[in-house]
Design a protein around this ligand. Structure first.
Ligand code: HSE
Length: 416
């Protein structure tokens, strides 16, 4: 019998307890041992919960209990979760987590500590919710040199963008619905400003390139500036707007970025909708491989956590998993040096003059016109490919032009 303890009885933690109980028989068969939740730690009271008698507010009841060998950390954040994870390793207990913020922040230290303690630290649920991606990337694709990863890694923002596009819903009501479904972070700022996606691409990149990629060095933009009007432009361009995370190995450095991107409807990520996530990985032996599934939510995420628990039960002596080497320099390429195309919308009352100015600054561009009265006082175009530094300097020049009354939005265009 393997006893586990769950730290944090929120959406994911309660999902883990539910899945362990619901699939008890099949899990025992696959793991080769019976797995039971012995204790749940939470500072809140849950008098009506079916698990009420397992819940404690005292961490000592878990850490001092030698019969508990696996800790599930679903508290989130980098405060108590960090301390409890270290304490678990010191006590010789394995840890399974869905906490991407903790893994992205303290991955190198915690993986090393786990290895030194002869225990496992597994985090399949930290990226892509229920989608198997961490284990495939670190084990099944281990024979490859990974050249790039591109993905939709946040269910909440993909849900919001889908609702805005297909149902014409406004941002606030779509966000509320994502929260009610248990997709969003406790503070949804992390979702809508792209921070959650940033941590996830940092984790995937650290595994893929076998060196720590610090999320703090990754250029990150969220979806709060995306409007229904931008989506109408994307539509006439035969494209959609998605929050895209990308990372690429470029010689001995890594390019990584999180931002809304206009992508062609023929792109493999364009039809990934609602809470679904998808990750496209390119390796030098496999070519392209794509992972798709529910990227957030109680049971999909619990599914990944419980799979990690089963993995540990089957291979409990396998504390020697990879650690992430931390470089003593910034291994992420400056965003200004990367190349892209910009879609630019600018306000103008003099379309002809604005057009001339745009062409004199940017050279060859593609103008996009929406023949509707509400778009009459603006001009939109897509630039040629150039470095971000160069394009930003040109946008600054455009802002100064007499015929331009302000920039309405700038969105990257990729993958056509
Ligand atoms: N808030 C996250 C999302 C949860 O919406 O994708 C899963 O990591």
């Amino acid at each position: 019998m393997i006893n586990i303890a769950v730290l944090g009885y929120g959406v994911v933690g309660s999902g883990v307890v539910e899945v362990v109980k619901k699939n008890e028989m099949s899990i025992s068969k696959k793991a080769g041992e019976k797995i039971a939740v012995k204790r749940i730690l939470d500072i809140r009271d849950f008098p009506d919960s079916p698990d009420a008698e397992l819940i404690t507010k005292n961490p000592d009841e878990i850490f001092n209990d030698d019969s508990i060998s696996i800790i599930v950390e679903t508290i989130g954040g980098i405060g108590a979760a960090y301390e409890f994870t270290k304490r678990a390793f010191q006590k010789g207990k394995h840890v399974v987590t869905s906490n991407k913020e903790l893994v992205a922040t303290y991955g190198p230290e915690l993986l090393k500590l786990a290895k030194d303690s002869g225990v496992n630290y597994l985090f399949e649920a930290s990226v892509g919710g229920g989608i198997p991606i961490i284990r495939p990337l670190s084990e099944c694709l281990a024979a490859n040199e990974i050249s790039s990863i591109i993905g939709i890694l946040n269910g909440t923002t993909n849900y919001i963008l889908t609702q805005m596009k297909k149902e014409g819903r406004d941002f606030a009501s779509a966000l509320k619905s994502a929260q009610q479904n248990g997709y969003a972070e406790a503070d949804p700022t992390a979702d809508i400003e792209g921070h959650d996606t940033c941590r996830k691409i940092a984790i995937l990149s650290s595994i893929a390139y076998n060196e720590f990629v610090d999320y703090k060095n990754i250029h990150t933009e969220g979806i709060t500036k995306i409007t229904k009007e931008d989506m109408q432009y994307a539509e006439v361009m035969g494209s959609v707007i998605k929050l895209i995370a990308v990372s690429r190995k470029v010689n001995d450095k890594i390019f990584a970025r999180v931002s809304p991107v206009i992508i062609s409807k023929s792109h493999p990520l364009a039809n990934v909708e609602d809470v679904f996530n998808a990750i496209l990985v390119s390796g030098n032996a496999i070519g392209d491989v794509m992972f798709y599934g529910r990227g957030a939510g109680k049971l999909p995420t619990a599914s990944a956590v419980v799979a990690d628990i089963i993995d540990i039960v089957k291979h409990s002596d396998n504390g020697g998993r990879n650690v992430w080497e931390k470089k003593d320099y910034n291994n992420v390429i400056d965003i200004g040096e990367s190349e892209t195309r910009f879609f630019v919308r600018a306000a103008t009352e003099n379309n002809k003059e604005a057009k001339n100015r745009i062409m004199s600054i940017f050279g060859n561009v593609e103008f996009i016109k929406l023949e509707r009265p509400e778009f009459e006082d603006e001009i939109a175009f897509v630039t040629m490919k150039s470095t971000e530094k160069d394009l930003s300097a040109k946008v600054d020049l455009l802002k100064e032009a007499d015929a331009i009354n302000g920039i309405k939005n700038i969105i990257r265009v990729e993958g056509e």
